[in-house]
Design a protein around this ligand. Sequence first.
Ligand SMILES: Cc1cc2nc3c(=O)[nH]c(=O)nc-3n(C[C@H](O)[C@H](O)[C@H](O)COP(=O)(O)OP(=O)(O)OC[C@H]3O[C@@H](n4cnc5c(N)ncnc54)[C@H](O)[C@@H]3O)c2cc1C
Length: 302
Amino acid sequence: MKLVNQMIATTLPLIPKSVVGYFSQRYIAGETLADAIKVSRQIQRDGACVTLDVLGEHITRNDEATAYANQYLELLDAIQSEKLDANVSLKPTQMGLKLDRSFCRDTIAKIAEKTKQNDNFVRIDMEDISCTDDTLWLYEDLKKEYPVGTVIQACLRRTDADVDQLINLNANLRLCKGIYVEPYAAAYKDREIIRQNYLHILERLLTAGCYTGIATHDEMLVWGALRIIKKLNLKPDRYEFQMLLGVQEELRKVILKAGHKLRVYIPFGAHWYAYSVRRLKENPQIAGYVMENILRRMAGKK
Ligand SMILES: Cc1cc2nc3c(=O)[nH]c(=O)nc-3n(C[C@H](O)[C@H](O)[C@H](O)COP(=O)(O)OP(=O)(O)OC[C@H]3O[C@@H](n4cnc5c(N)ncnc54)[C@H](O)[C@@H]3O)c2cc1C
């Protein structure tokens, strides 16, 4: 299966952009802010809320970061004027993390300032392990002044120790498995260990009172999370489930029907093609998922 996924991922750049676009439309709202608003409304009609992500990462010039930041400012205003139940997610490397850490901090602060004025919230996504320390630093620094959250990854060996510090900060976190392929020394490779670490960390966060975004499409983890929520007798305002646009929609409906808050992550923007191809090449497992979902739809199953 690994080999098949690898093949799908490496041959992807040979497939015409229009074909990739056709399949990506399930996972990406479109190129424009209007597309993102339209898809957000559709998702909200089903009872979910959303987080919006302007696609882009790993920029090479400061002015690119500024341009992305301006798009986020526009987005935050649109969320307010359109009265959407939405917050925003952004990537630190899109805001210049690899160019200059303090420039990146100041750029995100501009977005966070608008977020504060609009009574909204910005989540700083977590990228590969070369970004972990700096992203946690960004979060800790910005949290002093602004409504921000960040993300931790259950696949990383360091995360349990990071959680000690994050609990002291009463952090607002999204917990995910982690999408980046990391070296063995830094990350667990065994699927079951990652699952168990996910539930171990989730229980620690929820017990400590940290607001947690339970980001997964893995039904075993959703089941485990529901058990923890019940055991701790948690109020619905202490957590939310989170899923990516276009993924496991049936499970999404089940969670919503059971009365839990659920947020859908909606990426959009002009750079959707580069983003899709890079992501699929970086992690061939995702290429396998996408193909599996397409085949399931073609076979008439949701
Ligand atoms: C809201 C949200 C935000 C995230 N933010 C980050 C982040 O900031 N940093 C980070 O490293 N990772 C992030 N991730 C990705 C996450 O780390 C995992 O890589 C991803 O969710 C797959 O893990 P899973 O728990 O869903 O379980 P899996 O067992 O990997 O997936 C369960 C099933 O879901 C389906 N599936 C999962 N992912 C996809 C996909 N992309 N396309 C199609 N089908 C899919 C497949 O059918 C699969 O069998 C985020 C995920 C979500 C849901």
